[in-house]
Design a protein around this ligand. Structure first.
Ligand code: SAH
Length: 355
């Protein structure tokens, strides 16, 4: 038994092919003295055929597969549990190799499905309204663990719907795990990867201004920024990151961000009772966003057991939205999906409670 455990842990030290970008895979394959195009074949097996073992990679010669299986591995998160909401939203609890848990959510839309994926186990940003923040930061997810959420759900969830959009709005702060998130986006969008258009991928951030600028230079995906306040005073109370990158710095980075096509950057704004949701707050928000090309997603705060804040009344929400509409902003009130199974924004925790 001890012997078997040792083999397993040694095996975990081998590189996981799902952590490589195509360029890294090419380098790896070249280092074995093989032709570079083999890397593309392997990528297709991993991302397009969803292969999880070397035996399944029948487009590769048998000897090569055997060789690969001795020096590399393929590992993805495992589904532990799936919950289905009244509105058809599905939340999956996934287990990572080191025993940590993360969550991914499948959200139905009018004509297609969106997958909301996690980029960290836990989160270090400490936003005061968010349940994920309560559990603190555990670690960054590797590319295999981020892309792996989609691959695993696609191949293991019975009747997994076709996924059209990917949003990095699950657990964690994507831009605090910059390198792995960038690698993941490359693997999600590459021709030899999953083939998603970069216009179908959205990164959501609490506002790491320098990384927003960096992302804009590295790759062109949709950006959503969790704004949640009309001024620094309120934002400081809700989101500690605002002390490091206050609104002036954040909005300047947003202005410089090159969105794909003619798309608009999204500001997410959680409406919290008595804090940021009055008509006065809406007017301040309009003034703050003057000259900013953007649209707004209004999210009514999702409460969870022990949550510090309350959600505002329907009347308050409508009055807030009305001010924005009158000022010609696109301001969509996001129906929060999956709140009955704690799958809505800010409700992901993947703690033992979920088990
Ligand atoms: N760290 C990233 C992505 C994770 S949070 C970010 O901050 O954008 C994803 C979205 O859920 C954010 O817009 C966040 O503001 C929102 N959110 C967090 N807690 C929430 C809650 N309790 N109710 C409603 N939305 C919440």
């Amino acid at each position: 038994m001890i012997h078997k455990q040792k083999i397993i842990s040694d095996k975990n030290l081998l590189p996981n092919l799902l952590d490589f970008t195509l360029e890294e895979m090419e380098e790896f394959i070249s280092s074995l003295g093989k032709e570079k195009f083999r890397a593309r074949q392997i990528s297709k097996c991993l991302y397009q055929s969803g292969n999880v073992s070397f035996e399944e990679m029948t487009t590769l010669a048998r000897d090569f597969r055997t060789e690969l299986s001795k020096i590399a591995r393929i590992s993805r998160p495992q589904i532990v549990k799936v919950q289905k909401s009244k509105d058809s939203t599905k939340k999956a609890l996934l287990r990572l190799e080191d025993g940590l848990f993360i969550e991914s959510v499948l959200i139905p839309g009018k004509n297609n499905w969106t997958i909301c994926i996690s980029t960290q186990a836990g989160c270090a940003m400490d936003c005061k309204f968010c349940l994920t923040a309560r559990q603190g930061f555990k670690r960054n997810l590797k590319p295999s663990e981020i892309t792996g959420q989609i691959l695993t759900l696609k191949s293991e969830l019975p009747q997994c719907p076709e996924i059209k959009n990917i949003v990095m709005m699950g657990m964690g702060e994507p831009l605090a795990n910059y390198n792995n998130v960038l690698k993941t986006i490359k693997n999600l969008s590459g021709d030899f990867g999953m083939g998603f258009s970069t216009r179908k991928i959205t990164v959501s951030t609490c506002g790491l201004a320098p990384q927003i600028l960096r992302l804009g230079k590295d790759i062109c995906v949709n950006l959503a920024v969790s704004l949640n306040a009309p001024n620094n005073e309120i934002r400081n109370k809700l989101m500690p990151i605002n002390k490091k990158y206050p609104l002036e710095v954040l909005l300047d980075a947003c202005k410089k961000y090159p969105m794909p096509g003619r798309r608009l950057l999204t500001f997410e704004y959680i409406l919290i009772d008595g804090l940021n949701s009055s008509v006065q707050d809406a007017k301040k928000l309009v003034a703050l966003l003057k000259g900013q090309r953007c649209k707004l997603n209004l999210i009514v705060l999702n409460e969870y057991p022990g949550s510090l804040f309350k959600s505002p009344s329907k009347k308050t929400v409508e009055a807030f939205q009305q001010v924005l509409l009158e000022n010609h902003y696109t301001a969509i009130l996001r129906a929060s999906k999956g709140s009955d199974i704690l799958a809505a924004c800010g409700q992901l925790s993947a703690t033992a409670v979920s088990l």
